[in-house]
Design a protein around this ligand. Structure first.
Ligand code: ADP
Length: 478
């Protein structure tokens, strides 16, 4: 059974409560985790605060860099174990779980390498003054992590924060937290001092809410649902701390008649079925120029119907979705699409022999006559893709922007001018041209506009989000 990591110790919850962890593969309880509460969060925040004025706070940038790089190596050395935990917890195909763990290591390599290269500024000012701008840590940073990519999201949120010298308190998702707990143990093994990195497991409304509302945190990083994101921002506002929110998307592929069909089709299928569609950046809408609509859909349908959902060991396209709630939700959307007379163009299959009580859903490709169905505007978070035709560039941009979300977009065309016009017209934090890069790409600034959230992660910009500037103005006379 996993324990929490608080102040360098592996501990149970103060009140001793436990939560069942259910396998999405067969719906059965396979382990338990501590049910952290307000007092556990309090201990973790205290430990983090204390570490800033003692051990961890005394590390210089090179020291932080070396430790982070060592953790990156330790993650790769323990890849089999970490991938196994991730696979059991989330039901991901083994190959996906392994890829996720290598991305986790990459976060520590990337930000470990950057920790001692964050430069300040010297600003020309009045003759009698010298001015420098230095970067300082924010203090205690809170990280509330979702269940879809536990290991990757942990790396994305925590690595830049540690690189900048903050101390972290992490609340992983109750549905999938085992890899995160193990990485925090590895961090202790490679020499991270007590309190630099704390993990409190538990429910969102208990441990999560207590952390977000804690008066002694200085920053919140949250990835998850829109509804909880609003609560997080309100909690942050109460103590006037900054938050970075990544709240999902409804990203569109926009395919023009001059696009190369082959690469577009491969990327479109992968972009919606990878991780069983449980990816904030999933390409979950397909806008297709009317002149190629039927031909493209026919070819896309052929590829889409090859998708298979199965157990992680089967290593197929998809695993199960994470829990019963999501299972009902995704199937509910598929039923709604059928009830609304959207056309089912193709469906993948659930492999023979999967456990009857597993949360496997059938990948489904719909065609819609127009953009009115809520399947085109709401985030389904499953392997469900809906296509809709458009006439010209102007309509394509209008439809691409016709959701509350704005996380990613992809444009498929060989016309250079159109590539840039579309990239500029689409309201999103990232736009791909003739490609699609959901997940990975840790070097690339990432985040949303509109209801997809605000703030930026990944890339060097995350180091700015996780730190603040101090301007030092020295008057030295003539
Ligand atoms: P989903 O709906 O996809 O499960 P959530 O937004 O509910 O996503 O969960 C994302 C993360 O936010 C999880 O770690 C979850 O425990 C946490 N969480 C859920 N509710 C709250 C809350 N009220 N306060 C803080 N964290 C929460």
């Amino acid at each position: 059974m996993a324990k929490m990591i608080i102040n360098g110790q592996k501990v149970n919850a103060v009140q001793g409560g436990l939560l069942d962890v259910v396998s999405p593969i067969d719906g059965k309880v396979f382990t338990e985790i501590p049910r952290g509460q307000r007092e556990d969060v309090d201990l973790a925040v205290k430990a983090a605060r204390q570490s800033l004025s003692s051990d961890w706070g005394n590390f210089d940038p090179l020291g932080r860099s070396r430790l982070m790089l060592e953790l990156g190596v330790a993650i790769l050395e323990n890849l089999d174990e970490l991938a196994d935990l991730e696979m059991k917890d989330t039901g991901k195909p083994l190959a996906t779980a392994r890829a996720d763990i290598t991305v986790l290591a990459r976060y520590f390599e990337y930000y470990g390498g950057a920790a001692d290269k964050v430069l300040g500024q010297v600003i020309p000012y009045l003759n009698d003054y010298s001015v420098q701008v230095i970067r300082e840590p924010l203090g205690v940073t809170a990280h509330i992590i979702p269940w879809n990519y536990p290991a990757q999201m942990f790396g994305r949120s925590v690595a830049p924060s540690l690189a900048m010298g903050n101390a972290c308190v992490v609340k992983p998702a109750e549905d999938a937290c085992l890899s995160i707990v193990r990485v925090a143990e590895l961090a202790l093994e490679v020499g991270f001092p007590a309190g630099a990195l704390n993990v409190v497991t538990g429910l969102g409304e208990e441990a999560g809410a207590s952390l977000a509302e804690h008066p002694d945190i200085n920053f919140i990083s949250f990835t998850g649902s829109n509804q909880v994101g609003v609560f997080i921002q309100q909690a942050a506002a109460k103590h006037a701390v900054k938050c970075v929110l990544e709240l999902g998307g409804k990203s569109a592929h926009v395919v023009f008649e001059d696009a190369k069909f082959g690469p577009a089709i491969a990327a479109i299928v992968k972009g919606i079925v990878h991780n069983t569609g449980q990816t904030c950046t999933a390409g979950s809408r397909l806008l297709l120029q009317a002149s190629i609509y039927d031909e493209f859909m026919q070819e896309l349908g052929k590829e889409f119907s090859k998708t298979r959902a199965g157990t992680p060991e089967m290593d197929l396209t998809c695993g199960p979705v994470i829990n019963k709630n999501q299972f009902d939700r995704v199937n509910g959307y598929i039923e709604k699409g059928i009830a609304q007379n959207l056309k089912v163009v193709a469906q993948g299959q659930i492999a023979d022999g999967v456990p009857a009580d597993g949360y496997f859903v059938t990948p489904t490709l719909f065609s819609a006559p127009d953009h009115t169905s809520e399947l085109l505007t709401e985030e389904i978070f499953g392997p469900v893709l809906v296509a809709v035709p458009f006439k010209d560039e102007e309509e394509a941009i209008a439809l691409a922007n016709a959701t509350d979300y704005g996380l990613l977009g992809a444009v498929w065309t060989e016309n250079g001018g159109r590539q840039m016009r579309m990239a500029k017209g689409i309201q999103a934090g990232q736009v791909y041209i003739n490609g699609f890069g959901a997940g990975g790409g840790i070097e690339l600034p990432f985040g949303g506009v509109k209801r997809s959230g605000h703030g930026r992660e990944k890339g060097l910009v995350a180091l700015e989000e996780m730190s603040t500037t101090k301007t030092i103005v020295l008057f030295h006379g003539k």
